[in-house]
Design a protein around this ligand. Structure first.
Ligand code: CP
Length: 332
């Protein structure tokens, strides 16, 4: 498997997303999507957002196409939103039950992919705990198949990054004026990596990454960001505050990571702590959320919280990406 362990690998994965004429065929990473393309994708996603209480937006732009959801790692939000997004665009949708699939009998991931390709699946949505899996699949599928990364190890979660950008833009407008804080397990977070890539391309004012020292990433992975371990310092004049959970499934040794009470005291966001942030600051969380650990429960449900809007925007963003790659496949 080709794990993206170097900058060259990441650049290769980014280039692999595009056809020679620049059209987006796969979505593997936000790395390499420039500000203009990100802005266009956010504009397209915005057209799929409906007012709460109204019927969801529907199109038939994916009629005749088949989308397969292949989630080899657990998911609620991403899987459900790709399912709804595909159906609201008129696609046939296959949700493969991995636990009862032939991968449990030892079938390789490529043999599973080729089997679905033979059934004329056009778009495969892939979540996997292995780094490099979406790009590996993208390198092997036929020209008429598109691969969308729905969460790849600690490497990349591009549609989450897009929905986070859309939510920030809806509330705060121009990214250049903003101080954005992400607090939590940055080291193991694909959400933080994709958010940072997107925010950097959109020229965010300041990106601050706050974590316990044991969960701090290599600064080279986050060029331009300010890294630290003091949340109160990080929150000063913050416009956007995103809390992340500790990714226990990716941590072998919990040494150096504070226990629950100490973690909340030092790294948890709360109403009290948000007084340090700028007036009107928004609170985000990609979910799943651990109330009382990285975020005070009352804050998660408060008017400052945009967490449910992130979920709503997830469907819109995935509709925009599905429509975009479907247009590329049709023109091929
Ligand atoms: N944010 C996110 O990826 O959530 P799920 O794991 O529920 O898809």
């Amino acid at each position: 498997m080709n794990s993206p362990e170097s900058n060259q690998d990441l650049q290769d994965d980014s280039a692999l997303q595009f056809l020679a004429d620049g059209r987006l065929r796969h979505l593997l990473t936000l790395q390499g999507l420039d500000g203009a393309l990100l802005t266009t994708l956010l504009d397209e996603a915005q057209t799929f957002v409906s007012t709460t209480g109204d019927a969801p937006v529907r199109h038939d732009s994916l009629a005749g196409l088949t989308v397969a959801n292949l989630f080899f790692e657990p998911s609620t939000r991403t899987r459900a939103s790709f399912d709804l997004a595909s159906k609201r665009l008129g696609a046939d949708v296959l949700n493969l039950d991995v636990n009862t699939s032939s991968r449990k009998k030892g079938e390789s991931i490529l043999d599973t992919i080729f089997t679905l390709q033979a059934m004329q699946v056009d778009i495969m949505v892939v979540r996997d705990a292995g780094a490099g899996v979406p790009a590996y699949i993208a390198r092997h599928v036929n020209d008429h198949v598109s691969i969308l990364n729905a969460g790849e190890a600690d490497v990349s979660h591009p549609t989450q990054g897009l929905l986070d950008l859309l939510t920030i833009r809806q509330h705060k407008g121009d990214f250049a004026d903003l101080n954005v804080v992400i607090v939590g397990d940055i080291l193991h977070s694909r959400v933080a990596r994709s958010a940072a890539q997107g925010l950097t391309s959109l020229n965010v004012g300041e990106l601050r990454l706050i974590s316990p020292p044991a969960l701090s990433p290599d600064p080279k992975e986050f060029p331009g960001a300010i890294l630290g371990d003091n949340l109160d310092e990080g929150l000063a004049d913050a416009d956007v505050v995103m809390a992340l959970r500790i990714q226990r499934e990716r941590i072998g040794n919990l040494d150096g990571i504070p226990g629950i009470d100490e973690y909340f005291a030092r790294y948890g966001i709360s109403h009290e702590r948000m007084k340090i942030a700028a007036p009107g600051a928004i609170v985000m969380h990609p979910g799943p959320m651990n109330r009382g650990i990285e975020i005070e429960s009352a804050l998660a449900d408060s008017s400052a919280s945009v967490i449910t809007e992130q979920v709503t925007n997830g469907v819109a963003v995935r509709m925009a990406i599905l429509e975009r790659v479907a247009r590329t496949l049709e023109a091929n």
